[in-house]
Design a protein around this ligand. Structure first.
Ligand code: HEM
Length: 378
Protein backbone atom coordinates (compact mmCIF):
# COMPACT_ATOMS: atom_id res chain seq x y z
CA UNK A 1 0.00 0.00 0.00
CA UNK A 2 1.45 3.33 -0.96
CA UNK A 3 1.73 5.91 1.77
CA UNK A 4 0.86 8.79 -0.52
CA UNK A 5 -1.29 6.97 -3.06
CA UNK A 6 -4.92 7.83 -3.61
CA UNK A 7 -6.09 4.19 -3.66
CA UNK A 8 -5.44 3.52 -0.05
CA UNK A 9 -6.99 0.19 0.80
CA UNK A 10 -5.46 -3.02 -0.36
CA UNK A 11 -7.81 -5.62 -1.83
CA UNK A 12 -10.88 -3.47 -2.37
CA UNK A 13 -10.42 -2.74 -6.06
CA UNK A 14 -10.07 0.98 -5.55
CA UNK A 15 -13.49 1.40 -3.95
CA UNK A 16 -12.07 3.49 -1.10
CA UNK A 17 -10.19 6.29 -2.77
CA UNK A 18 -9.46 8.50 0.19
CA UNK A 19 -5.86 8.39 1.39
CA UNK A 20 -7.27 8.55 4.89
CA UNK A 21 -8.06 4.82 4.82
CA UNK A 22 -4.35 4.04 4.83
CA UNK A 23 -1.93 2.36 7.18
CA UNK A 24 -0.23 5.57 8.27
CA UNK A 25 -3.47 7.21 9.45
CA UNK A 26 -4.53 3.94 11.13
CA UNK A 27 -1.14 3.65 12.83
CA UNK A 28 -1.11 7.27 14.10
CA UNK A 29 -4.62 6.92 15.53
CA UNK A 30 -3.62 3.50 16.86
CA UNK A 31 -0.71 4.94 18.83
CA UNK A 32 -2.95 7.64 20.34
CA UNK A 33 -5.56 4.98 21.21
CA UNK A 34 -2.85 2.76 22.68
CA UNK A 35 -1.73 5.59 24.99
CA UNK A 36 -5.26 6.56 26.08
CA UNK A 37 -6.43 2.95 26.62
CA UNK A 38 -3.27 2.09 28.58
CA UNK A 39 -3.72 5.15 30.81
CA UNK A 40 -7.38 4.25 31.30
CA UNK A 41 -6.52 0.63 32.11
CA UNK A 42 -3.76 1.45 34.61
CA UNK A 43 -5.80 4.08 36.46
CA UNK A 44 -8.90 1.85 36.33
CA UNK A 45 -7.00 -1.03 37.96
CA UNK A 46 -5.75 1.36 40.63
CA UNK A 47 -9.29 2.54 41.29
CA UNK A 48 -10.47 -1.07 41.54
CA UNK A 49 -7.70 -1.87 44.06
CA UNK A 50 -8.65 1.15 46.15
CA UNK A 51 -12.38 0.45 46.13
CA UNK A 52 -12.25 -3.26 46.58
CA UNK A 53 -8.85 -3.97 48.16
CA UNK A 54 -7.72 -7.59 48.32
CA UNK A 55 -6.31 -8.76 51.68
CA UNK A 56 -2.69 -8.09 50.59
CA UNK A 57 -3.30 -4.48 49.56
CA UNK A 58 -3.73 -1.33 51.57
CA UNK A 59 -3.72 1.96 49.63
CA UNK A 60 -1.33 4.60 50.98
CA UNK A 61 -3.06 7.57 52.58
CA UNK A 62 -0.56 10.02 51.05
CA UNK A 63 -0.47 11.97 48.82
CA UNK A 64 -3.96 12.92 50.00
CA UNK A 65 -5.11 13.91 46.50
CA UNK A 66 -3.69 10.89 44.65
CA UNK A 67 -7.08 9.34 43.81
CA UNK A 68 -8.27 12.71 42.55
CA UNK A 69 -5.41 12.65 40.01
CA UNK A 70 -5.66 8.98 39.01
CA UNK A 71 -9.44 9.03 38.60
CA UNK A 72 -9.31 12.40 36.82
CA UNK A 73 -6.85 10.85 34.33
CA UNK A 74 -9.10 7.79 33.99
CA UNK A 75 -12.22 9.70 33.04
CA UNK A 76 -10.37 12.31 30.94
CA UNK A 77 -8.42 9.75 28.89
CA UNK A 78 -11.67 7.87 28.33
CA UNK A 79 -13.39 10.97 26.98
CA UNK A 80 -10.35 11.79 24.81
CA UNK A 81 -10.47 8.26 23.34
CA UNK A 82 -14.03 8.62 21.97
CA UNK A 83 -13.16 10.68 18.84
CA UNK A 84 -9.97 8.63 18.42
CA UNK A 85 -11.91 5.36 18.40
CA UNK A 86 -14.62 6.63 16.05
CA UNK A 87 -11.96 7.99 13.68
CA UNK A 88 -9.95 4.78 13.80
CA UNK A 89 -13.00 2.63 13.03
CA UNK A 90 -13.90 4.90 10.13
CA UNK A 91 -10.33 4.75 8.78
CA UNK A 92 -10.07 0.95 8.95
CA UNK A 93 -13.67 -0.02 8.18
CA UNK A 94 -12.84 -1.09 4.61
CA UNK A 95 -10.48 -3.69 6.11
CA UNK A 96 -13.29 -5.12 8.21
CA UNK A 97 -15.28 -6.11 5.10
CA UNK A 98 -12.23 -7.48 3.32
CA UNK A 99 -12.66 -10.83 1.51
CA UNK A 100 -11.52 -13.50 2.28
CA UNK A 101 -11.74 -12.61 5.98
CA UNK A 102 -8.54 -14.49 6.84
CA UNK A 103 -5.51 -15.42 4.78
CA UNK A 104 -3.93 -17.83 7.29
CA UNK A 105 -4.45 -19.23 10.79
CA UNK A 106 -2.33 -16.43 12.31
CA UNK A 107 -4.28 -13.82 10.41
CA UNK A 108 -7.54 -15.43 11.60
CA UNK A 109 -6.36 -15.18 15.24
CA UNK A 110 -5.34 -11.57 14.72
CA UNK A 111 -8.74 -10.77 13.26
CA UNK A 112 -10.64 -12.67 15.98
CA UNK A 113 -8.85 -10.50 18.58
CA UNK A 114 -10.59 -7.52 16.95
CA UNK A 115 -13.90 -8.71 18.41
CA UNK A 116 -12.92 -8.18 22.07
CA UNK A 117 -10.86 -5.12 21.13
CA UNK A 118 -13.52 -3.24 19.17
CA UNK A 119 -16.53 -4.63 21.10
CA UNK A 120 -14.83 -4.11 24.47
CA UNK A 121 -13.55 -0.64 23.53
CA UNK A 122 -17.00 0.54 22.44
CA UNK A 123 -18.62 -1.01 25.55
CA UNK A 124 -16.09 0.57 27.94
CA UNK A 125 -16.43 4.06 26.50
CA UNK A 126 -20.22 3.87 26.25
CA UNK A 127 -20.75 2.46 29.75
CA UNK A 128 -18.19 4.86 31.25
CA UNK A 129 -19.89 7.92 29.76
CA UNK A 130 -23.34 6.64 30.78
CA UNK A 131 -22.05 6.13 34.33
CA UNK A 132 -20.65 9.67 34.46
CA UNK A 133 -24.07 10.89 33.29
CA UNK A 134 -25.66 8.57 35.90
CA UNK A 135 -27.80 6.97 33.21
CA UNK A 136 -28.06 3.22 33.71
CA UNK A 137 -29.84 1.64 30.74
CA UNK A 138 -28.81 -1.86 31.98
CA UNK A 139 -29.44 -4.26 34.85
CA UNK A 140 -25.87 -5.49 35.50
CA UNK A 141 -23.56 -4.13 38.21
CA UNK A 142 -21.58 -1.46 36.35
CA UNK A 143 -18.17 -1.67 38.15
CA UNK A 144 -17.91 -5.44 37.70
CA UNK A 145 -18.93 -5.37 34.01
CA UNK A 146 -16.60 -2.41 33.31
CA UNK A 147 -13.72 -4.16 35.12
CA UNK A 148 -14.00 -7.47 33.24
CA UNK A 149 -14.61 -5.73 29.91
CA UNK A 150 -11.36 -3.82 30.51
CA UNK A 151 -9.36 -7.06 30.85
CA UNK A 152 -10.98 -8.49 27.71
CA UNK A 153 -10.29 -5.31 25.74
CA UNK A 154 -6.67 -5.09 26.90
CA UNK A 155 -6.19 -8.77 25.93
CA UNK A 156 -7.42 -7.85 22.43
CA UNK A 157 -5.20 -4.75 22.40
CA UNK A 158 -2.07 -6.75 23.27
CA UNK A 159 -2.71 -9.17 20.38
CA UNK A 160 -3.49 -6.27 18.03
CA UNK A 161 -0.38 -4.29 18.96
CA UNK A 162 1.72 -7.44 18.51
CA UNK A 163 0.18 -8.00 15.07
CA UNK A 164 0.50 -4.39 13.92
CA UNK A 165 3.82 -3.43 15.57
CA UNK A 166 5.94 -4.07 12.46
CA UNK A 167 3.53 -2.18 10.15
CA UNK A 168 3.27 0.69 12.62
CA UNK A 169 7.05 0.97 12.92
CA UNK A 170 7.49 0.81 9.14
CA UNK A 171 4.87 3.41 8.21
CA UNK A 172 5.76 5.83 10.99
CA UNK A 173 9.48 5.71 10.27
CA UNK A 174 8.84 6.77 6.68
CA UNK A 175 8.22 10.49 7.27
CA UNK A 176 6.31 12.29 4.51
CA UNK A 177 8.15 15.11 2.66
CA UNK A 178 7.54 18.31 4.62
CA UNK A 179 8.41 21.06 2.09
CA UNK A 180 5.92 20.09 -0.65
CA UNK A 181 3.15 18.08 1.05
CA UNK A 182 1.15 15.94 -1.34
CA UNK A 183 -2.65 16.37 -1.36
CA UNK A 184 -2.88 12.99 0.42
CA UNK A 185 -0.58 14.10 3.26
CA UNK A 186 -2.43 17.42 3.57
CA UNK A 187 -5.75 15.55 3.77
CA UNK A 188 -4.39 13.31 6.50
CA UNK A 189 -3.01 16.24 8.45
CA UNK A 190 -6.34 18.07 8.27
CA UNK A 191 -8.26 14.95 9.29
CA UNK A 192 -5.99 14.18 12.25
CA UNK A 193 -6.09 17.84 13.36
CA UNK A 194 -9.91 17.62 13.35
CA UNK A 195 -9.83 14.43 15.45
CA UNK A 196 -7.32 16.00 17.89
CA UNK A 197 -9.54 19.11 18.14
CA UNK A 198 -12.60 16.94 18.91
CA UNK A 199 -10.68 15.07 21.65
CA UNK A 200 -9.39 18.33 23.14
CA UNK A 201 -12.88 19.87 23.06
CA UNK A 202 -14.33 16.86 24.91
CA UNK A 203 -11.58 17.03 27.54
CA UNK A 204 -11.96 20.79 28.09
CA UNK A 205 -15.77 20.65 28.29
CA UNK A 206 -15.77 17.81 30.83
CA UNK A 207 -12.56 18.14 32.93
CA UNK A 208 -13.80 21.20 34.87
CA UNK A 209 -15.43 18.76 37.28
CA UNK A 210 -11.98 18.12 38.69
CA UNK A 211 -9.76 20.95 37.32
CA UNK A 212 -11.36 24.01 38.92
CA UNK A 213 -10.02 26.68 36.43
CA UNK A 214 -11.86 24.85 33.60
CA UNK A 215 -15.13 25.01 35.58
CA UNK A 216 -16.63 27.87 33.58
CA UNK A 217 -16.00 26.29 30.15
CA UNK A 218 -16.80 22.72 31.17
CA UNK A 219 -20.39 22.84 30.00
CA UNK A 220 -20.63 19.04 29.83
CA UNK A 221 -19.23 18.39 33.33
CA UNK A 222 -21.81 16.61 35.47
CA UNK A 223 -20.62 18.28 38.68
CA UNK A 224 -18.91 21.65 38.77
CA UNK A 225 -16.90 23.16 41.62
CA UNK A 226 -19.18 25.09 43.98
CA UNK A 227 -22.37 23.18 42.99
CA UNK A 228 -24.45 21.74 45.80
CA UNK A 229 -25.18 22.46 49.48
CA UNK A 230 -22.29 24.11 51.38
CA UNK A 231 -20.63 24.69 47.98
CA UNK A 232 -19.76 21.03 47.49
CA UNK A 233 -21.38 18.67 44.95
CA UNK A 234 -23.48 15.72 46.14
CA UNK A 235 -23.89 12.40 44.36
CA UNK A 236 -26.48 10.78 46.59
CA UNK A 237 -28.84 12.95 48.59
CA UNK A 238 -30.31 11.94 51.95
CA UNK A 239 -33.74 11.77 50.30
CA UNK A 240 -32.59 9.36 47.57
CA UNK A 241 -30.79 7.23 50.19
CA UNK A 242 -34.02 7.35 52.29
CA UNK A 243 -32.22 8.33 55.49
CA UNK A 244 -33.58 11.84 56.10
CA UNK A 245 -35.76 10.98 59.08
CA UNK A 246 -33.45 8.52 60.77
CA UNK A 247 -30.40 10.82 60.35
CA UNK A 248 -32.27 13.65 62.13
CA UNK A 249 -33.47 11.42 64.99
CA UNK A 250 -32.26 13.00 68.30
CA UNK A 251 -31.80 9.45 69.66
CA UNK A 252 -28.93 8.95 67.14
CA UNK A 253 -25.94 7.04 68.58
CA UNK A 254 -22.66 6.18 66.91
CA UNK A 255 -21.96 2.57 67.87
CA UNK A 256 -18.36 1.29 68.11
CA UNK A 257 -18.25 -2.43 68.75
CA UNK A 258 -16.69 -5.72 67.64
CA UNK A 259 -13.08 -6.40 68.70
CA UNK A 260 -12.96 -3.62 71.31
CA UNK A 261 -12.50 -3.60 75.10
CA UNK A 262 -15.39 -1.20 75.77
CA UNK A 263 -18.17 -1.01 73.15
CA UNK A 264 -19.45 2.57 72.86
CA UNK A 265 -22.68 4.27 71.83
CA UNK A 266 -21.94 8.00 71.52
CA UNK A 267 -24.55 10.72 71.08
CA UNK A 268 -23.95 13.66 68.74
CA UNK A 269 -23.35 15.92 71.78
CA UNK A 270 -20.71 13.50 73.10
CA UNK A 271 -18.99 13.40 69.69
CA UNK A 272 -19.01 17.21 69.51
CA UNK A 273 -17.44 17.40 72.99
CA UNK A 274 -14.43 15.29 71.94
CA UNK A 275 -11.11 16.90 70.85
CA UNK A 276 -11.55 17.67 67.14
CA UNK A 277 -9.14 18.08 64.26
CA UNK A 278 -9.41 20.02 60.98
CA UNK A 279 -8.26 18.70 57.58
CA UNK A 280 -8.55 19.98 54.02
CA UNK A 281 -9.30 16.93 51.90
CA UNK A 282 -10.98 16.33 48.54
CA UNK A 283 -14.07 14.35 47.77
CA UNK A 284 -12.77 12.53 44.68
CA UNK A 285 -15.61 10.75 42.97
CA UNK A 286 -15.22 7.65 40.82
CA UNK A 287 -17.24 9.51 38.18
CA UNK A 288 -14.37 11.92 37.71
CA UNK A 289 -15.36 15.05 39.63
CA UNK A 290 -13.49 16.16 42.70
CA UNK A 291 -13.38 19.12 45.04
CA UNK A 292 -11.45 19.98 48.19
CA UNK A 293 -13.16 21.13 51.37
CA UNK A 294 -12.29 21.83 54.98
CA UNK A 295 -13.60 19.20 57.36
CA UNK A 296 -13.63 19.10 61.15
CA UNK A 297 -14.27 16.07 63.27
CA UNK A 298 -12.93 13.40 65.58
CA UNK A 299 -9.93 11.38 64.29
CA UNK A 300 -11.04 7.81 63.73
CA UNK A 301 -7.98 6.47 65.54
CA UNK A 302 -8.91 8.47 68.70
CA UNK A 303 -12.40 6.92 68.66
CA UNK A 304 -10.94 3.45 68.26
CA UNK A 305 -8.46 4.07 71.08
CA UNK A 306 -11.32 5.25 73.29
CA UNK A 307 -13.16 1.99 72.66
CA UNK A 308 -9.99 0.03 73.45
CA UNK A 309 -9.34 -1.24 69.89
CA UNK A 310 -5.79 -1.71 68.58
CA UNK A 311 -5.52 0.72 65.65
CA UNK A 312 -2.23 -0.85 64.45
CA UNK A 313 -3.89 -4.16 63.59
CA UNK A 314 -7.61 -3.44 63.49
CA UNK A 315 -9.70 -3.18 60.36
CA UNK A 316 -13.00 -1.40 60.59
CA UNK A 317 -16.22 -1.85 58.70
CA UNK A 318 -17.95 1.50 58.43
CA UNK A 319 -21.70 1.08 58.41
CA UNK A 320 -24.07 3.76 57.20
CA UNK A 321 -27.68 4.44 58.11
CA UNK A 322 -28.19 3.73 54.42
CA UNK A 323 -28.71 -0.05 54.41
CA UNK A 324 -26.51 -0.80 51.36
CA UNK A 325 -23.53 1.40 52.31
CA UNK A 326 -20.88 -0.85 53.82
CA UNK A 327 -17.19 -0.43 53.16
CA UNK A 328 -13.97 -1.37 54.86
CA UNK A 329 -11.87 1.57 56.05
CA UNK A 330 -8.24 0.70 55.46
CA UNK A 331 -6.48 3.93 56.44
CA UNK A 332 -7.15 4.13 60.16
CA UNK A 333 -3.73 5.27 61.24
CA UNK A 334 -3.68 8.54 59.31
CA UNK A 335 -4.43 11.36 61.77
CA UNK A 336 -6.53 13.09 59.11
CA UNK A 337 -8.98 10.18 58.75
CA UNK A 338 -11.89 11.78 60.57
CA UNK A 339 -15.42 11.13 61.55
CA UNK A 340 -16.41 14.56 60.28
CA UNK A 341 -19.06 16.64 62.05
CA UNK A 342 -18.49 19.94 60.21
CA UNK A 343 -17.86 21.12 56.66
CA UNK A 344 -16.51 24.62 56.00
CA UNK A 345 -17.10 25.62 59.65
CA UNK A 346 -20.79 24.58 59.71
CA UNK A 347 -22.49 21.37 60.83
CA UNK A 348 -22.62 18.89 57.95
CA UNK A 349 -25.57 19.34 55.61
CA UNK A 350 -27.75 16.25 55.63
CA UNK A 351 -26.83 15.56 51.99
CA UNK A 352 -23.15 15.55 53.03
CA UNK A 353 -23.78 12.93 55.70
CA UNK A 354 -25.22 14.61 58.85
CA UNK A 355 -24.85 13.71 61.67
CA UNK A 356 -21.41 12.32 60.81
CA UNK A 357 -19.45 10.99 57.85
CA UNK A 358 -16.09 9.40 57.21
CA UNK A 359 -13.49 11.53 55.43
CA UNK A 360 -9.90 10.49 54.86
CA UNK A 361 -6.93 11.25 52.60
CA UNK A 362 -6.60 9.42 49.26
CA UNK A 363 -9.93 7.61 49.35
CA UNK A 364 -12.41 7.22 46.48
CA UNK A 365 -15.55 9.25 47.21
CA UNK A 366 -17.63 6.10 47.42
CA UNK A 367 -15.56 5.06 50.49
CA UNK A 368 -16.12 8.37 52.28
CA UNK A 369 -19.21 6.88 53.92
CA UNK A 370 -22.03 9.28 54.80
CA UNK A 371 -24.54 9.01 57.68
CA UNK A 372 -22.14 6.77 59.64
CA UNK A 373 -23.97 4.84 62.37
CA UNK A 374 -21.58 2.07 63.34
CA UNK A 375 -17.88 1.21 63.36
CA UNK A 376 -17.42 -2.51 63.61
CA UNK A 377 -13.86 -3.39 64.60
CA UNK A 378 -12.30 -6.72 63.57
C1 HEM B 1 -8.64 0.67 21.23
C2 HEM B 1 -7.60 0.54 20.45
C3 HEM B 1 -7.64 0.07 18.99
C4 HEM B 1 -8.69 -0.34 18.20
C5 HEM B 1 -10.16 -0.46 18.58
C6 HEM B 1 -8.15 -0.66 16.90
C7 HEM B 1 -8.89 -1.16 15.82
C8 HEM B 1 -8.36 -1.55 14.61
C9 HEM B 1 -9.05 -2.26 13.56
C10 HEM B 1 -10.52 -2.71 13.66
C11 HEM B 1 -8.19 -2.44 12.51
C12 HEM B 1 -8.47 -3.16 11.20
C13 HEM B 1 -7.78 -4.51 11.31
C14 HEM B 1 -7.93 -5.45 10.17
O1 HEM B 1 -9.00 -5.57 9.60
O2 HEM B 1 -6.94 -6.13 9.92
C15 HEM B 1 -6.94 -1.84 12.89
C16 HEM B 1 -5.82 -1.78 12.07
C17 HEM B 1 -4.61 -1.27 12.45
N1 HEM B 1 -4.26 -0.81 13.71
FE1 HEM B 1 -5.52 -0.64 15.28
N2 HEM B 1 -6.81 -0.42 16.90
C18 HEM B 1 -6.45 0.01 18.17
C19 HEM B 1 -5.20 0.31 18.62
C20 HEM B 1 -4.04 0.27 17.82
C21 HEM B 1 -2.69 0.51 18.30
C22 HEM B 1 -2.34 0.77 19.76
C23 HEM B 1 -1.86 0.47 17.19
C24 HEM B 1 -0.40 0.71 17.07
C25 HEM B 1 0.47 0.68 18.05
C26 HEM B 1 -2.68 0.18 16.04
C27 HEM B 1 -2.22 0.06 14.74
C28 HEM B 1 -2.95 -0.42 13.67
C29 HEM B 1 -2.45 -0.59 12.32
C30 HEM B 1 -1.05 -0.25 11.82
C31 HEM B 1 -3.48 -1.12 11.56
C32 HEM B 1 -3.42 -1.52 10.09
C33 HEM B 1 -4.16 -0.60 9.21
C34 HEM B 1 -4.14 -1.07 7.75
O3 HEM B 1 -3.62 -2.13 7.48
O4 HEM B 1 -4.69 -0.33 6.94
N3 HEM B 1 -3.99 0.05 16.45
N4 HEM B 1 -7.06 -1.32 14.18
Amino acid sequence: MSDEGATAVRGLGGRYRSALHDERTAALLGVALGVSFTLCFATGLWSHLQQDPPAWFSAPSRPAGLYRVTQGIHVTSGFAAIPLLLAKLWVVHPRLVEWPPARSVLHAIERLALLPLVGGGVFLLFSGVANVARWYPWTFFFPRAHFWAAWITIGGLVVHVGAKAATTRRVLRRSPPSSTPTPAAADRRGFLAGVAAASTALVVTTAGGTIAPLGTVSVLAQRRPGDGPQGLPVNKSAASARVTEIARDPAFRLVIDGAVDHPLALSLAELRAMPAREATLPIACVEGWSQSATWRGVPLRDLLALAGARPETATVTVESLQPSGRYRASELRDPDTLLALELGGEPLHIDHGFPTRLIGPNRPGVLQTKWVARLEVR
